[in-house]
Design a protein. Structure first.
Lengths: 223, 312
């Protein structure tokens, strides 16, 4: 699980998070939704200690430095080395955790052989997303955060990703953010809404009673 | 750290940067050896022509050589040599000396000193900002920590520069052998005609020269690294770094580029065609302190920038 304890974040006089206590449960898929610019990606940056923040964030009671190599964030802009091929990126970023053959096989599960050998700068947005998913498969992180992961993926890939996430959660704490509610409804077990300055967990019975879109409108209207 | 260094070296190999850097360092070594060869050819040809004219005029060449020469000063900016035969006789001997393998390392280092600051600074800029440009610094900072990510980038870059310098030294022995062979094929009598020093260059001198060039490369690498961390990879960063390295020496007495020229005069045992020219006068102790302080400040600056910057 990932725990926010008295977590707070502000940029000069703009408060993004007032002191917040939230738990993203372990071995399950949590979905965090909110309006554009409300601070979902900022939370991910804080979880990865890329931004300074107040309070603490614990991973199964441990701070990030103790679990760094088990943590992975897939960003919406899918950062990778643009001048290298997809395969080279996987080799580079998988940090020798897998053999060349495994890297090739995993990569080809998501992308065609010819695409994998092309430079990433020629990739479409969706292909870059798939490359990052292949990387997640190789690294097998214990804490996986995905920012707008469904953007740019085709329908087949989204179905496959949903099934894949459901199998991954057995050994992984997953937090997703995004806006394509149709996709997240298939996978989300715990739903959180980022309001103006707080994160609220939506009770399971409310999730069962309404669609994510209804919940989104209901909760964001309050802020 | 080990994982990150492997990752950096792999990136260096995959990205083709190895090809660019190796080519630049080899080109530097080739240029230095070629300039040495050209210098020797110029001296021997000038000597031969002067000797031909003297013989035609019925003068005794051996007597002229034994007479020695003196430098003439004509006006403020002009000058010349009295008895050019003796002068070019001696200069040819020095040029031939400079083509010997035992002198190669100090001469190569002196030549590299003119190139290394620019190469090292641009490499530092490129090396740190590649992670920012590709936005891979975020992933790296999460998996290894910001500070560790920067330290490993600094370390890997320094090791790569060391490797490049070693390649340049090894290649220079090959280049020099080739030019020497070609030279003696064209001037077979040169080896017996001109006076060559039998003095050997002590190992300590070799080490001093190499250590100084490595220090300078590290200093300018950190300088480029800081520029890359501050301004990222864009034409302005390259222009600023290039302008400082190239243009600061004649104007900034206490600038690191000028101080290097002063130290080069003290450290390198003899001069060659590609030796860095002396900089503006500055005492050695304050100069040394400035160089060391500059390196420490740049390393600290790079660390602070990473800590203070929150968005990547």
């Amino acid at each position: 699980m990932i725990e926010l304890i008295d977590f707070q974040k502000q940029y000069k006089h703009n408060t993004i998070y007032e002191p917040t206590n939230t738990v993203f449960p372990g071995n399950s898929i949590s979905f965090l939704m909110g309006k554009n610019g409300c601070g979902k990606t900022t939370l991910m940056k804080c979880i990865g200690m890329l931004e300074n923040y107040g309070g603490s964030i614990l991973f199964d009671k441990q701070p990030l430095p103790a679990v760094r190599n088990q943590c992975m964030i897939i960003w919406d802009d899918t950062p990778c080395c643009q001048n290298l091929s997809g395969f080279q990126n996987l080799m580079l970023l998988s940090e020798d955790k897998c053999s060349k053959k495994e890297v090739r096989q995993t990569g080809e599960h998501y992308l065609k052989h010819s695409v994998l050998n092309r430079k990433v700068k020629t990739y479409s947005y969706g292909q870059r997303k798939k490359l990052m998913l292949a990387l997640a498969d190789l690294l097998k992180p214990k804490y996986l955060l995905m920012d707008e992961i469904s953007n740019g993926l085709d329908a087949d890939m989204m179905d496959e990703l949903a099934a894949h996430l459901n199998s991954m959660k057995q050994h992984c704490t997953i937090i997703l953010t995004g806006h394509q509610f149709g996709f997240y409804e298939k996978v989300a077990e715990h739903v959180f809404v980022k309001g103006k300055t707080t994160v609220t967990e939506v009770p399971p019975e409310e999730c069962a009673a309404g669609s994510l879109e209804e919940i989104y409108h209901a909760y964001t209207a309050q802020t | 750290m080990h994982t990150q260094l492997r990752r950096d070296f792999r990136y260096f190999g995959y990205s083709g940067l190895w090809l660019l850097m190796t080519a630049l360092f080899l080109l530097g070594a080739l240029m230095i050896c070629h300039t040495n060869d050209q210098h020797a050819r110029m001296n021997i040809i000038t000597y031969q022509r002067s000797a031909e004219i003297a013989e035609r005029d019925g003068e005794d060449i051996q007597a002229l050589i034994e007479q020695g020469y003196s430098n003439l000063v004509i006006g403020e900016n002009g000058g010349g040599v009295e008895n050019p035969i003796a002068y070019y006789y001696e200069q040819t001997g020095i040029s031939l000396d400079n083509m010997q393998p035992r002198r190669l390392v100090p001469l190569l280092m002196a030549g590299e000193l003119a190139l290394a600051p620019l190469l090292a600074a641009f490499f530092g800029l490129l090396w740190v900002s590649a992670d920012y440009k590709n936005r891979t610094f975020r992933d790296r900072a999460i998996r290894f920590g910001k500070q560790s990510a920067v330290i490993s980038r600094q370390l890997s870059g320094s090791l790569i520069l060391l490797l490049m310098l070693m390649i340049a030294v090894l290649a220079a022995f090959g280049f020099q052998a080739y030019f020497r062979h070609a030279f003696y094929a064209d001037f077979p009598d040169a080896v017996t005609t001109f006076p060559m020093s039998t003095e050997s260059v002590p190992a300590v001198t070799h080490l001093k020269c190499i250590a100084f060039v490595l220090f300078i490369m590290l200093l300018f690498y950190e300088f480029g690294f800081a520029a890359g961390s501050l301004f990222r990879q864009n034409p302005v960063s390259y222009a600023l770094v290039g302008a400082y390295v190239i243009f600061s020496r004649p104007v900034l007495r206490y600038g690191i580029a000028n101080i290097i020229g002063r130290f080069a005069q003290k450290i390198f045992p003899f001069t060659g065609a590609t030796t860095l020219t002396p900089g503006k006068p500055i005492a050695l102790l304050p100069g040394a302190l400035i160089l060391i302080a500059a390196l420490l400040v740049l390393i600290a600056l790079n660390s602070v920038i990473v800590q203070k910057r929150s968005a990547y």
